[in-house]
Design a protein around this ligand. Structure first.
Ligand SMILES: [Zn+2]
Length: 373
C-alpha cells in the first residue's frame, strides 16, 4: 500500500481542525482499504469465467465464493493460487468441456444462495445449444398416487436434473449439495405422491458407485410406494431391467413402511461427523415442501458487467441481472441513459470500495455482514 502513502504525502499540508478530521477520516478509509485487500473474505474481488460443456457456455463465478463453499473443488479447478494468492486468478478462464451447462447453472445458483432454487422452466431452454428435457420420458414413473397430480404451472424440479446434479456432486465431493439434491428429490416425490422417473433411475444405475446411496433411496421409495398400492407386472416392465430386478428383490426381502422411510432421510446422505448428521437429520425430519428462493435468480446470474469503484478504480465483475433488479441506479447506468451502457462498464469513483463491497455482499446474499471491515 505504498502507493496510498505517497498519495497522502503529496497533498497540501492543512492545519485547520476540520482538515485534520478529514485527513483522519481519509486515513481510516485507507486502512479499511488495506484490510479489504488482505482479508481472506474478499469474496467478490476475483472472477473466473467457466466455459462449460462442448458448447463452452460461459458462466462467471467469483473465485472467493467458490472457495468458501467448496475449497477442495476450487483448488482442483483453479490451482493452489485460489488458496495462496487469489489475485493471480483475476480474469482467468477455465474450460470444463465434460460438465453439463444445465447442471453447472444449478450448482452456481447454490454457490451464491446456498439453496436449490426450483427453476421456472426447463433450464436447457435458457442456454443456447443445450437441449430441453424430454418431458414425456420424465413423466414415466413406477407409481403416481391418484389425486396428487401436479397442477399446471406448479414449479417442480425435473428428477433427471436432480439426479445429474447428485452425480456431479459425488464426482466432485460436494457432499452438502449432493445431500440437498437427494433430499429435494425425496421431498418433492412425497409432496406429489410418486416415485422417481424411469429416466432418472436409468441415470442413477449407469452412474454406478457414484450413485449407490441414491439408488438405495430409489429402491426404498419404490418399496414403500408399492406398499401403498400394489403395482402390476405391466408397470414393472417399463423399468430398466436392473432396477426392476433389484426393486423386486427389495420388495420381497425388506418391507419398509412409509414412516420409516420418511423419518430417516439422512440414511442416504454423506455426513462428515456426528454434529453434521444431527443438524442435517433435524432439518430434514420436518421438511414437507421446498419453496426457497425465486427462479429469477437463474437469469440474474448469467450476464456480467464491470464496475470500477473508488479513486483507485477497484475493478469488480458483477452479475448484471442482480444489479438491475436491486438498484435503480444501475438500471440507468446499464440500460441506455449513460454512455457506459454501450461498454457494459459503470464508473463509481466517488464510492468507498469497502462500503460498496458490503452492498455487493448484500446483493448476493440478502445479508449485511461486517466481514470485510
Ligand atoms: Zn443428512
Amino acid at each position: 500500500m505504498a502507493e496510498c502513502d505517497s498519495d497522502r504525502s503529496s497533498r497540501k499540508r492543512e492545519r485547520s481542525p476540520e482538515a485534520a478530521a478529514a485527513s483522519n477520516k481519509r486515513r481510516r478509509a485507507t486502512s479499511s482499504d488495506e484490510r479489504l485487500f488482505n482479508h481472506s473474505n474478499s469474496r467478490y474481488l476475483y472472477s473466473i469465467t467457466f466455459k462449460i460443456g462442448p458448447q463452452a457456455v460461459p458462466f462467471v463465478v467469483h473465485a472467493g465464493v467458490l472457495f468458501k463453499q467448496c475449497p477442495a473443488l476450487a483448488e482442483a479447478w483453479l490451482g493452489a493460487a485460489v488458496v495462496n494468492d487469489m489475485q493471480t486468478l483475476e480474469e482467468r478462464e477455465r474450460e470444463l468441456p465434460d460438465e453439463d451447462a444445465r447442471i453447472f447453472w444449478v450448482f452456481m445458483v447454490w454457490l451464491y444462495t446456498n439453496n436449490l432454487v426450483v427453476p421456472s422452466k426447463d433450464l436447457g431452454a435458457g442456454i443456447d445449444g443445450v437441449k430441453e428435457r424430454d418431458s414425456a420420458a420424465i413423466a414415466l414413473r413406477l407409481h403416481q398416487e391418484p389425486g396428487k397430480e401436479i397442477l399446471p404451472g406448479t414449479l417442480q424440479w425435473s428428477d433427471d436434473d436432480l439426479v445429474e446434479l447428485y452425480i456431479f456432486c459425488r464426482r466432485h465431493h460436494v457432499d452438502a449439495l449432493g445431500n440437498l439434491a437427494l433430499s429435494t428429490l425425496s421431498v418433492q416425490n412425497v409432496q406429489f405422491g410418486r416415485t422417481c422417473s424411469t429416466t432418472a433411475v436409468e441415470a442413477a444405475v449407469s452412474a454406478g458407485h457414484n450413485a449407490e446411496l441414491l439408488f438405495k433411496y430409489m429402491i426404498d421409495e419404490a418399496n414403500w410406494r408399492s406398499g401403498d398400492t400394489p403395482v402390476g407386472d405391466d408397470t414393472w416392465n417399463n423399468f430398466d431391467q436392473h432396477y426392476t430386478r433389484l426393486t423386486k428383490a427389495a420388495l420381497e426381502n425388506d418391507k419398509l413402511t412409509y414412516a420409516s422411510f420418511r423419518e430417516r432421510p439422512c440414511r442416504y446422505h454423506i455426513h462428515h461427523g456426528e454434529d453434521e448428521q444431527r443438524l442435517c437429520t433435524s432439518l430434514w425430519m420436518h421438511k414437507t415442501s421446498l419453496s426457497e428462493g425465486h427462479p429469477a435468480i437463474y437469469e440474474h446470474l448469467r450476464e456480467t458487467g464491470t464496475v470500477f469503484v473508488g479513486a483507485k478504480r477497484l475493478r469488480l465483475v458483477l452479475h448484471k441481472g442482480l444489479l438491475l433488479a436491486n438498484a435503480n441506479f444501475f438500471q440507468g447506468a446499464f440500460s441506455g441513459h449513460f454512455a457506459e451502457s454501450r461498454s457494459n462498464v459503470v464508473e463509481l469513483v466517488e464510492e468507498d470500495p469497502a462500503i460498496f463491497l458490503l452492498f455487493v455482499h448484500w446483493l448476493y446474499t440478502g445479508r449485511v455482514d461486517i466481514f470485510s471491515l
